[in-house]
Design a binder for this molecule. Structure first.
Ligand SMILES: *[C@@H]1O[C@H](CO)[C@@H](O)[C@H](O)[C@H]1NC(C)=O
Ligand SMILES: *[C@@H]1O[C@H](CO)[C@@H](O)[C@H](O)[C@H]1NC(C)=O
Ligand SMILES: *[C@@H]1O[C@H](CO)[C@@H](O)[C@H](O)[C@H]1NC(C)=O
Ligand SMILES: *[C@@H]1O[C@H](CO)[C@@H](O)[C@H](O)[C@H]1NC(C)=O
Ligand SMILES: *[C@@H]1O[C@H](CO)[C@@H](O)[C@H](O)[C@H]1NC(C)=O
Length: 384
């Protein structure tokens, strides 16, 4: 799915020094680190928050857990409801992530079969309907927490004093902003310029776009603007489609560019612990080894989960494999930031490779919080 992300900087007002491994980040420095590469730092974005172990994706709780784990950035999804609210929902439908089926008295949606009630966010009002739905965690269990809107998320970030950058993924924007002119013509972008707000935009390039636009020309144009801080380049294999974009960003020959960084999505699959889910798996057989053929399964709205490799756009990979579930491959390509479902594990692995010098992002005069002394609740358990 093609996505466009905009990073919004949100500054937490106070820092809880006694809290686990949350770090005293300065969000302006995080943005600077998005623009300028550092050999000793890979920036991490928690994919929909830290959503494993009973925490629903795109929930306030998942954000809080990401901040507690010392993660500086959260990638999150927004959609537009019929009454123009902005609920934080990833899929087009509400079935996988909420109890809409149960509340409507219909067959609960089953993401393992693609069957059941899965009405679209855009066809329903937030007020009086979506606002009453509860979130489900990755095991399918219904949680107490309800569907938050973007303003509620921002308020929670402020109140909890989380120092994080949000990468906002506009799921309803069917249009690709092929050029800066397309992007700058948007009303909200014009509003931002007029009111002096410094935007932080990250265009997303996917191999599927190659047929419809000149991706390299687009990247070149965006890289000259004052608001583009990096590019998300979803290369699927070395020398696959979009390799030219990654090379352009990384080349010291490229002139007048405002950033020299690129990010990607680490894609380990959506199904962490198949034995433990509450969803009815009738008529859907999940292989014992979800990393079958060196690939992984991903949820698809209204379909059973698919192998990532089966979803590759034509010619996107040189050998038919999507390499984005391979930590070492991602590091080797020279990516500067990564969106990951397991950013806490990434942080540990990066540290061992000398690629997690978070000092670049800390507020002036601040020190890395000593985990031994702060000893908060955050602890990683066995789930990968
Ligand atoms: C950034 O560029 C836009 C469009 O060219 C312009 O309107 C805006 O004033 C610039 N903002 C800053 C802070 O330079
Ligand atoms: C599972 O398959 C059986 C037999 O083909 C069918 O009768 C049943 O409706 C299916 N159930 C689901 C949930 O698809
Ligand atoms: C980490 O980065 C800072 C700059 O932010 C630098 O001064 C420091 O030397 C780096 N630490 C190590 C261990 O390289
Ligand atoms: C953290 O604090 C403990 C306890 O005082 C100390 O032993 C340890 O060396 C500290 N770690 C760092 C990285 O400063
Ligand atoms: C989830 O977290 C709880 C408490 O933090 C822990 O006891 C449990 O082992 C974890 N379960 C998994 C599957 O990670």
């Amino acid at each position: 799915m093609v996505q466009y992300s905009t990073a919004l900087a949100l500054l937490g007002l106070h820092i809880g020094a006694a809290v686990a491994a949350r770090q005293p980040y300065d969000v302006r420095k995080i943005i600077e680190a998005f623009r300028n590469p550092h050999d000793d730092l890979t920036i991490l974005c928690a994919h929909r928050g830290l959503r494993w172990n009973g925490t629903a994706e795109n929930s306030v709780d998942a954000y809080w857990r990401a901040a507690e784990a010392g993660i500086e950035c959260i990638e999150t999804d927004m959609r537009l409801s019929k009454d123009h609210f902005i609920p934080m929902i990833h899929d087009g439908g509400l079935g996988r992530t909420t109890d809409v089926g149960e509340q409507a008295g219909k067959e609960a949606y089953n993401p393992y079969t693609g069957q059941g009630y899965n009405p679209n966010v855009e066809d329903l009002n937030y007020e009086g309907y979506i606002e009453n739905l509860h979130l489900r965690d990755e095991m399918g269990r219904v949680r107490v927490e309800k569907v938050p809107t973007l303003p509620e998320m921002v308020q929670a970030i402020h109140e909890e004093g989380m120092n994080v950058v949000l990468e906002l993924d506009f799921k309803d924007q069917a249009a690709w902003y092929k050029t800066p002119e397309d992007f700058e013509a948007l009303r909200w972008v014009q509003d931002a310029f007029a009111s002096g707000v410094q935007l932080a935009f990250i265009p997303v390039y996917d191999p599927a776009m190659e047929d419809e636009m000149d991706t390299l020309a687009s990247l070149k144009a965006f890289s000259q603007t004052n608001y583009t801080i990096s590019a998300e380049i979803e290369l699927r294999s070395t020398n696959g489609v979009l390799q030219d974009l990654l090379d352009y960003v990384k080349s010291t020959q490229s002139t007048n560019v405002k950033f020299r960084t690129a990010g990607t999505f680490y894609a380990p699959g959506d199904i962490f612990a198949p034995g433990t889910v509450d969803f009815d798996r009738a008529n859907y057989t999940f292989p014992d080894d979800e990393h079958q053929s060196n690939s992984v399964y991903t949820f698809q709205d209204n379909k059973a989960p698919r192998l990532m490799d089966s979803l590759l756009p034509d010619g996107a990979s040189v050998d038919g494999h999507d390499y984005r579930s391979d930590f070492n491959w991602i590091i080797k390509q020279g990516y500067d930031w990564v969106i990951s479902d397991t950013p806490d594990l990434w942080a540990q692995r990066l540290e061992k490779q000398g690629k997690r010098n978070i000092t670049w992002m800390l507020a002036d005069g601040s020190k890395v919080i000593n985990e031994t002394l702060s000893g908060g609740w955050y602890k990683r358990h066995e789930l990968m």
